[in-house]
Design a protein around this ligand. Structure first.
Ligand SMILES: NC(=O)c1ccc[n+]([C@@H]2O[C@H](COP(=O)([O-])OP(=O)(O)OC[C@H]3O[C@@H](n4cnc5c(N)ncnc54)[C@H](OP(=O)(O)O)[C@@H]3O)[C@@H](O)[C@H]2O)c1
Length: 256
């Protein structure tokens, strides 16, 4: 390739749900490095959200934090009103926040099931509805963060896996409906990434060792790897990416 095809998102406005820690934080920082102002949503812990906001500001961009459970549909309007007030519009929505109960399917209660589905899958619909209004005629990019459990059976992962499958399906349907409005909707499915989320797995260290060993690229997927894919999907370079789920896992999932 000749020439410098850097990605410049100067002046763009982004919202990263679950942007305070882990993969969401890496995405927020990468978008800021490319020129975005970033709204950082979180659920419980203010301090990491504040630290991410400071990291965005250290890159010369605006940031603010917003605490809301993305599953509380009726409260999302206030978050988007805050974004409109702070930023005037929205160009990029990264639906990254996730939670979920890691248990055998036969031990899942109704509460576990709905908690997981509501946060990981159902929230994308109202988020996209609000976001598309703030994107207006100019359009924008919606990126959902998924996992390999959407298409693979992983022990104790029934609720989260099913929620991610629903998420990826919703991405395709939203992508078709919003493409004429110049809004591109896609997903990133990440391999195992060593974040706080893995604390919920009793076999965390074996999971990490096994993933690293089985990954053709020779190492675990890092939050920054997912952030790089998000940066691409948030840019004009991804104009013809519509309703896709890009796998970022160093080749883990193609191994027999
Ligand atoms: N880690 C992996 O191996 C892996 C692999 C594939 C895909 N993913 C996906 O990558 C995304 C990020 O995962 P991660 O590992 O970075 O997670 P993480 O380190 O556990 O961080 C989760 C983030 O989401 C926020 N959050 C959780 N529930 C929320 C809710 N209901 N409303 C708003 N914010 C909420 C948390 O805020 P608080 O800190 O305030 O609670 C935190 O900012 C998720 O979609 C996950 O499924 C992760």
């Amino acid at each position: 390739m000749s020439g410098n095809v850097g990605i410049d998102l100067s002046g763009k406005k982004a919202l990263v749900t679950g942007g305070s820690r882990g993969i969401g934080r890496a995405i927020a920082i990468r978008l800021a490095e490319a020129g975005c102002d970033v709204a950082i949503n979180y659920l419980r812990s203010r301090k990491p959200a504040q630290e991410t906001a400071e990291a965005v500001e250290a890159r010369g961009r605006k940031a603010f934090t917003y605490k809301v459970n993305v599953a509380q549909t009726e409260k999302l309007g206030d978050m988007f009103a805050a974004i409109e007030e702070e930023f005037g519009r929205l160009d990029i929505l990264v639906s990254n926040a996730a939670s979920g109960v890691i248990k055998p399917a036969m031990e899942l209660t109704n509460r576990h099931w709905h908690w997981t589905m509501d946060i990981n899958a159902a929230a994308l619909l109202p988020l996209a509805q609000h976001a598309s209004k703030l994107m207006g005629e100019e359009g924008g990019h919606i990126i959902a963060v998924s996992s390999l459990g959407a298409v693979r059976a992983i022990p104790n992962y029934a609720a989260v896996g099913a929620s991610k499958a629903a998420l990826e399906s919703l991405v395709r349907h939203l992508a078709v409906e919003l493409a004429p409005s110049n809004i591109r909707v896609n997903a990133i499915s990440a391999g195992v990434v060593d974040t706080d989320a893995l604390k919920h797995f009793s076999n965390r260290s074996e999971l990490l060792d096994e993933s690293a060993r089985r990954t053709p690229a020779g190492r675990l997927t890092e939050p920054s790897d997912v952030a790089d894919a998000a940066l691409f999907l948030a840019s004009d370079l991804a104009e013809m990416m519509v309703g896709q789920t890009i796998v970022v896992d160093g080749g883990y999932s193609i191994m027999g």
